[in-house]
Design a protein around this ligand. Sequence first.
Ligand code: MG
Length: 397
Amino acid sequence: MRVAALIVAAGRGSRVGGGVPKQYVRIGGETILQRAIDAFALHPAVALVQSVIHADDGSLYEDSLSRRPAALRAPVTGGSSRQASVRAGLEALAAEEPDLVLIHDAARPFVDRGLIDRVVAALERHPGAIPALAVADTLKRADAGQTIAETVDRAGLWRAQTPQGFRFARILDAHRAAAVEGFDDFTDDAAIGEWAGFPVALVEGDARNIKITTAADVADAQAACEAAMTMEPRIGTGFDVHRFAEGSSVWLCGVEIPHTHKLEGHSDADVALHALTDALLGTIGDGDIGQHFPPSDPKWKGAASHLFLTEAARRVRARGGRIVNVDVTLLAEAPRIGPYRAAMQARVAEILGITADRVGVKATTMEELGSIGRREGIVAMANASVLLPFSTAQDQS
Ligand code: MG
């Protein structure tokens, strides 16, 4: 059995806020779309995953994926209705001749393996099968004044979910026929199957398989992700040295300290922030300060080094990471650090958006040994600790 999945991601729905269609919103560090794709692409029974996106969303789509599982094909462009978009995806899959297709809303990121298994299993006996939940609430029909007109019997009523599974040739034929007949407003694929006259079975749905629609749904999904997410600890280290030159103050941890010399460097030469920047980049394996801010680029001449640390923190957070603590040790005969320690802690905490108790600032002399002992410069060593979302999916693609 060759099983394809079709992820319908062409919608414009942006009620979740931010002006971005909801499938491109991130929850738990991953876009909703990536989560939907992974659910199928990493399922052992699924050979192909085809996404359908809006014509305007090419770059949003590219930016939304942090990994591309082997089963994932290049996206195709959808049409003016959901129905037209599904048909575009089916036509794109036709050359692959799958036996079965699972048509799934990109806004349902929590579909799990068991649900996919139930739909696929039902397709052995039925040309179509969808997951659904029995309606549990009492249903009311209201009049125009929002007064109850009647209570509706809920017996036999179900809420349809996706993925909706079909024998591929049957649903492709039905879609083609519906298009020829001029229909373009079927809201799900089971309805097209009903219209075409083939039976569509119901299998047990999953209350967690929600369709994300509103900002409140995103907040709930975020909370659910955080509760379920495994976070792995990451450690990074950084080291930097700058020599003294003629001047009257040094910058250390974003604080200007009067001194007999300044530190020489392309930027403000804040050796401590440079070491901290490298430590943070180290936690996510994202190069070093010289790679992101090349000294050869005149843009960084005289730059305030908090810009470098801010960017390193942004890169960590873009991965869903949380900075746990940072710690810096300065090696210097002078100036004395003690009187400035609290200000330095506060400044680093402010730059990183963490509390000051998560920032260590320490200093030691070199007992007049070596170059630092001869007051030729200052060394900074730093560590950073980060919690990063861990997904087994990341190891499989
Ligand atoms: Mg440096």
